[in-house]
Design a binder for this molecule. Structure first.
Ligand code: SF4
Ligand code: SF4
Length: 165
């Protein structure tokens, strides 16, 4: 066989490879659409997923679980938590025991959602929710106050600005 002349088996091999390639293309063309229509259509994360903003919890009697110990702030690698503890007024305690959090803030411009603060909390006062919709237009909006953190998050799809998404 002279140089440059193609053998029949080479030609058939090339044809088979092209057919296989076209098979992949056709399969992709008819693949079901998996584009998510967020935020018009939101798939709820699993109930036990903890991927979003924090929640400061209360006991059933309304007392706050946070005792202002600052362990969460020490555990935070991003320096995102500010806690100011204070003594409880025995006549009107905020939490059981001697101390409570007079002030508590989380800066979501710093938080990396690692959950180390939750692990460090001795009273399970601090947990994470599945509220992952966290877009802000100012630094002030990104720093959640104690009052905000004591409130359960808004349902997914209703956070300010989500409808424009
Ligand atoms: S989740 Fe991580 S980064 Fe965010 S506040 Fe807690 S410890 Fe800090
Ligand atoms: S949230 Fe937990 S770790 Fe943080 S100050 Fe309160 S009790 Fe301590």
């Amino acid at each position: 066989m002279s140089r440059g002349e193609q053998r029949p088996q080479d030609f058939l091999g090339g044809l088979a490879a092209a057919a296989r390639g076209m098979g992949v293309v056709i399969k992709q063309v008819f693949r079901p659409d998996v584009t998510e229509r967020y935020p018009q259509q939101i798939d709820e994360p699993p109930p036990r997923s903890h991927i979003g903003r924090h929640l400061l919890n209360r006991y059933e009697n309304g007392l706050e679980k946070c005792i202002g110990c600052e362990l969460c702030a020490y555990a935070c690698p991003a320096d995102a938590i500010w806690v100011e503890g204070a003594d409880n007024d025995p006549e009107n305690p905020v939490s059981p025991g001697e101390r409570h959090a007079k002030d508590y803030q989380i800066n979501y411009l710093r938080c990396i959602m690692c959950g180390l603060c939750v692990e460090a909390c001795p009273t399970r006062a601090l947990t994470m929710t599945h509220a992952y919709e966290m877009a802000f237009t100012s630094r002030e909006d990104a720093i959640f106050t104690k009052e905000q953190l004591l409130e359960p998050p808004l349902p997914l799809g209703t956070a300010p600005g989500t409808q424009e998404g």
